[in-house]
Design a protein around this ligand. Structure first.
Ligand SMILES: C[S@@+](CC[C@H](N)C(=O)[O-])C[C@H]1O[C@@H](n2cnc3c(N)ncnc32)[C@H](O)[C@@H]1O
Length: 277
């Protein structure tokens, strides 16, 4: 998705308002297989018993999966509306998830969590190195971080680059600042520099299927907070829709906006461990 993070003072408030400014839940269900993979990666990496923190949790795809795996879960996100939706869902299912509105850079717990997860969330950190260091310090020794990030050559990153090219600064930079997280070499280096060991990065694919190209474009401009914000602040909604439509036609090898879309959105799934010693 194209993301226009808040870019000046009041950045956290602007970021929260942006993420609450679309019908994100509809997109979250599309991203859910990746969130479930992140939750599975926590156990596959051998996380010790204990509480899991889902960072930039959105409406709680990973938090719910971790709770169903028997974990006690804390979930935080900068957007109050998404937290309220997530809390309502986990309460309705009597899942053991404690929700809090918080920016990821407010994380200051030490040695508190068996695992920290973030599916397409930590990639929006304004300060990747500092955030990863905070995650490292928040884990118990032997604790596991698991995350997902869009692959730079996959649909979401490519589409964001196409749309970003039409935006003026600072929207252009903000739209793609998260892309390096999905580069296995960059991600491995970032995790290692933050003190993690046993780094594992694998490539995965999300199905990206729609009845038509227009349905796919409509979903993005209704449910993706970055698209909604970009259309509003650029005043060029029709132009941006045209760019995203043309890009999807090209990416999926289609010639007609009425054609069904059956493609994939590549991402990387990563896990790593805080050393025991
Ligand atoms: C693409 S959504 C992913 C949400 C969820 N993890 C999922 O899988 O559906 C990105 C999330 O990051 C959150 N976010 C963005 N910047 C943040 C920040 N600085 N601190 C905390 N959360 C942030 C947004 O509010 C949003 O919920």
């Amino acid at each position: 998705m194209v993301i226009i993070q808040g870019v000046d003072e009041g950045r956290e408030a602007a970021t929260a308002a942006m993420w609450d400014g679309a019908d994100y839940e509809r997109l979250a269900s599309r991203f859910a297989p990746a969130g479930h993979a992140v939750a599975a990666a926590v156990e596959a990496a051998g996380a010790p018993p204990g509480t899991v923190l889902d960072l930039a949790a959105g409406t709680g795809t990973v938090a719910q999966a971790m709770a169903r795996q028997g974990r006690r879960v804390e979930a935080t996100d900068i957007a109050p509306g998404l937290v309220a939706t997530g809390r309502a869902q986990t309460d309705a299912q009597a899942l053991d998830v404690r929700w809090r509105v918080a920016a990821m850079d407010d994380l200051d717990e030490r040695g508190a969590y068996a695992a920290v997860t973030s599916s397409f969330g930590i990639i929006f950190s304004p300060e990747p190195a500092a955030t990863l260091r905070r995650v490292h310090d928040a884990l118990v020794p032997g604790g596991v971080v698991a995350l997902s990030a869009w692959a730079p050559d996959g649909y979401v990153a490519r589409m964001s680059a196409a749309m970003g090219a039409r935006l003026s600064e600072p929207g252009r930079t903000a739209a793609t600042a998260w892309v390096p997280w999905g580069d296995p070499a960059v991600l491995t280096d970032r995790l290692g520099s933050a003190g993690f060991v046993d780094v594992r990065v694998v490539r995965r694919r999300l199905p990206w299927r729609f009845a038509s190209v227009d349905e796919a474009v409509d979903l993005l401009f209704e449910a993706s907070p970055g698209h909604v914000a970009a259309a509003r602040f650029s005043g060029d909604g029709a132009g941006l829709r045209g760019v995203v439509r043309a890009h999807l036609l090209d990416f999926a090898g289609l010639s007609d906006s009425g054609s069904a879309v059956d493609t994939e959105a590549a991402y990387v799934l990563a896990s790593a461990r805080r050393p025991v010693g």
